[in-house]
Design a protein around this ligand. Sequence first.
Ligand code: SAH
Ligand code: SF4
Length: 362
Amino acid sequence: MQSKTNLFGLERSELERIACDCGESAYRGRQIFRALYRLRASQFGEMAVLGRAFRDRLAGRFSIVHAPIRETCPSQDGSARYVLGFADGEAAETVYMPEPDRVTLCISSQAGCAVDCRFCFTALMGLRRNLSAGEILGQVYSVLEDRKIERGTRLNLVFMGMGEPLLNYDAVMHAVRILADRDGLGLSPRRITLSTSGIIPGILRLAREEVRPKLAVSLNASTDEQRSALMPINRKYPLEKLMAACRAYPQRPRERLTFEYVLLDGVNDTVADAQRVAGLVRGLHAKVNVIPYNSGDALPYRTSPFERVLAFEQTLRDAGVPAFIRISRGRDIRAACGQLLVEGARKPITAIMRPAALPSLR
Ligand code: SAH
Ligand code: SF4
């Protein structure tokens, strides 16, 4: 038996074509789009607007599959890590982080990652494959459904899960357009943040997009030498060119670029580093998120003492750069920054699930 084509993840034009192929008008395709993404229909039976006969015909040929939840790991801090499984056995992880006035979802763009940052646990998996637009969107819709999150809830999405979003550009932007569409999830692009290790051609391309997420750049070092040692991608896209691409990135009113800086004990965490970072971002409308490292046994890096984290933040502030310490959530369930990876991955990972002992700001 031939498997059914999944409609979830298709753009409006593709759904219009399918409607026309079925002998209906293109308008019907737009109704399917709205039913899938705005009304979050998960069965054809819920698409009342289409009429019974057309619904039955669609159900005979197509399916609606989000990203099936394989596992949910709740954290003591209220967040939860989801493992979502796909038809070919691959998986991605999504982190749900509720706050009193909003919900943030941290989503993955790839299964694994090829960029190979030395301090990151996802890097240990290597790249398994890109996720499709439907698999990226499916993470959002599956968690919204599981948590019964109503329309109208303030929702933020961050591409800070597994993978380098700018190395899966087309699928990520395809998903972003549906998320931002008024007949899609209806999310303002300002509520979507894309975090990149600094893939310059991707940043330049993103700058030209009509629907454009906010940009976060993982800096993590203050000199080229240091950055190339931590993030080999820096050899291809060095700091000077990266900062030039950031300067050219268009920003909406009151918008700021975000730089992420993971502090690694004795590696990149001195006051002199903070001063150099201030120099790099000078003149940019930007803020720096200072992230204490989440350590684990599989990698040699350690968390900086908290006084050093505070000193780093203060040095940036003294230099006029808005800086904020970000303590990762979900540390007890391995959902914190850089800790996302899926069991059964290529390289041994059993040792890395222990959260680091960090003072909590909460
Ligand atoms: N690939 C993208 C997005 C996913 S990584 C990127 O690199 O930006 C999201 C963030 O987690 C990045 O800023 C990265 O530097 C940070 N990170 C990676 N490993 C970490 C770890 N073990 N502890 C804290 N932050 C980490
Ligand atoms: Fe990939 Fe980001 Fe991890 Fe680097 S930090 S290996 S780019 S997921």
